[in-house]
Design a protein around this ligand. Structure first.
Ligand code: MG
Length: 348
């Protein structure tokens, strides 16, 4: 297999306000795997909080390249071997996992969900994030995303009630509140969640700092809304702990190293009766087409990455009337659109 990569960055349509700062772009690295005349694509999305960079991703690819030379190994074995190269690097691993499944699907002429033995994902409603900055811009943003039936709002600022009240002046659509660890006091968090429940908020994500399991457990027990772990939850090994303190998980390929482990997480989470939200980082349609292969098993889908960026380098999925649809092509279905992206060969 020939491995090449291309660093790129995704520009947001609107600056992206979070409890811990505002961003205008996200770095990504695309990876291309070639075998005979088939090509598989993958994406590593690199929000700063995960600690990976374009440099660390390409360095990881160089370490993984020798593993990909032995193409006779079963896919699972290749992915497990790559995972053992280092402890972290989950986005770099996810990019390779996605490209491997995309390539295998194209070689076998099957969509990835079929390769993984999963149900075919029917079109499913996805939430979409309304970037919060200047509140006077909210009506315009709501109009721009009017197809979507479920809106995600980032909270964890001093003016959380003001933000929700402002949105409620313009729409009564159900909301999802993502706090991104922005609250610190459990009593304050419980009061806020009670208030949000009255505002037609369906669930909250990561209200407290990620390692505060004790208070999270207390909060989940008393909360009128499901509470999902995002920053507290990365990989399959975290699930035992998480099931004691949260009602569900936000599963993202960039955190769990890709589809291979994502499928295992879904199966284990279902056994523990945890709610599952399939989410994403700021990703183009390359990463989203992969995550969408898992949609059938999600209680909620939050795969809005391509809606939030100006320079999507891939196509292959569609948003129709607020629902995310796969194109059911072999592989993930992602198609490279930007011919200006130049891949460089990875020499291990
Ligand atoms: Mg989140």
């Amino acid at each position: 297999m020939k491995l090449s990569y291309a660093p790129y960055f995704l520009e947001f349509k609107h600056p992206f306000g979070l409890s811990h700062g505002t961003r205008t772009k996200t770095d990504v690295v695309y990876v291309k795997l070639e075998k005979d005349d088939k090509i598989g694509y993958g994406e590593a999305a690199l929000p700063p909080y995960l600690g990976e960079t374009q440099t660390s991703v390409t360095a990881f690819f160089k370490k993984a390249a020798p593993v990909l030379e032995n193409t006779n190994l079963p896919l699972a074995e290749i992915i497990q071997t790559i995972d053992k190269i280092s402890y972290g690097n989950t986005a770099a691993k996810a990019a390779l996992d996605i490209a491997l499944y995309d390539l295998s699907g194209k070689i076998q002429n099957k969509p990835v969900y079929e390769l993984l033995g999963l149900e075919k994902p029917a079109p499913k409603e996805t939430s979409v994030t309304i970037a919060i900055g200047d509140l006077s811009l909210i009506p315009g943003k709501l109009k721009e995303l009017s197809d979507f039936k479920l809106l995600k709002i980032k909270l964890g600022n001093a003016n959380d009630k003001e933000i929700i009240s402002c949105i409620r002046k313009h729409t009564d659509k159900p909301l999802v509140a993502d706090i991104n660890q922005g609250w610190t006091d459990k009593y304050f968090a419980l009061d806020m969640i009670h208030w949000l429940a009255e505002q037609n908020v369906l669930f909250t994500e990561q209200p407290l700092p990620k390692e505060n399991y004790k208070d999270m457990s207390w909060l989940t027990e008393k909360s009128p809304l499901p509470i999902l772990a995002d920053e507290s939850f990365q990989r399959l090994d975290d699930l035992e702990k998480i099931s004691e303190c949260f009602s569900g998980i936000n599963l993202k390929l960039m955190k769990c190293a890709g589809l291979y482990e994502g499928v295992k997480i879904i199966s284990a989470a279902k056994k523990k009766k945890l709610k599952i939200n399939i989410g994403c980082m700021s990703e183009s349609s390359c990463g989203i087409a992969a995550a969408a292969q898992l949609m059938h098993y999600a209680d909620w889908v939050d795969l809005d990455g391509p809606m939030l960026i100006k320079n999507n380098a891939f196509s292959g999925i569609n948003f129709i009337d607020g629902k995310l649809e796969l194109n059911n092509s072999p592989g993930t279905g992602a198609l490279l659109q930007n011919s200006g992206i130049s891949f460089q060969l990875c020499q291990g």
